[in-house]
Ligand binder design. Structure first.
Ligand SMILES: [Fe+2]
Ligand SMILES: [Fe+2]
Length: 170
């Protein structure tokens, strides 16, 4: 998805009906609770990742598609709504892409503004996995959330590899 589209998504509020239906058809109550606490932009991104995996742009043969779509919908739940101001989201995106060292250096829990935004961005896989585990989400989905930004190695599951590709494309 074009970067500008993600920026536009920062200013919308509610998911389209068909997007909402996709989330509701794959998530149970606990999953929906986690999904709902994300901002619109993160919900929309999560749905886009799910749709990409359901499309013919990617070969998911051999993967557990149900679990994979659940993980797609929940992979970024560690980004809690309202925690990061929209301008910091844009700055964080730029820093993540172009200044990764600065990201490590400036990320600070509890610090106001950009430091905290970078901290959330850096820690959201662990946080999200913890939140999902606490609510009894399937352990495979929890693991996919936890490792969705890890560099892939030979032990990585097919689902993790597919999730990372779809995440990067959405
Ligand atoms: Fe993420
Ligand atoms: Fe993502």
């Amino acid at each position: 998805m074009a970067a500008w589209q993600r920026v536009i998504d920062l200013f919308r509020f509610k998911l389209r009906k068909d997007d909402r239906q996709l989330a509701e058809s794959y998530l149970e109550e606990a999953g929906l609770f986690l999904f709902n606490q994300m901002s619109y932009a993160d919900q929309k991104h999560a749905v886009n990742v799910g749709r990409y995996l359901l499309s013919d742009k990617i070969d998911t043969t051999g993967a557990d598609l149900k679990l994979l779509i659940k993980a797609a919908l929940l992979h970024d739940v560690g980004k809690v709504k309202g925690e990061i101001a929209w301008w910091n989201r844009i700055i964080v995106g730029v820093i993540r892409r172009f200044f990764p060292k600065l990201r490590q250096k400036r990320a600070k829990r509890g610090e106001a503004g950009l430091g905290h935004a970078l901290y959330v961005d850096l820690s959201h896989p662990d946080r999200g996995a913890y939140m999902a585990q606490s609510l009894g989400i399937d352990p495979t989905v929890v693991s996919l959330i936890k490792h969705h930004h890890d560099p892939l190695n030979e032990q990585a599951s097919l689902e993790l590899a597919l999730l990372q590709i779809a995440d990067a494309k959405s």
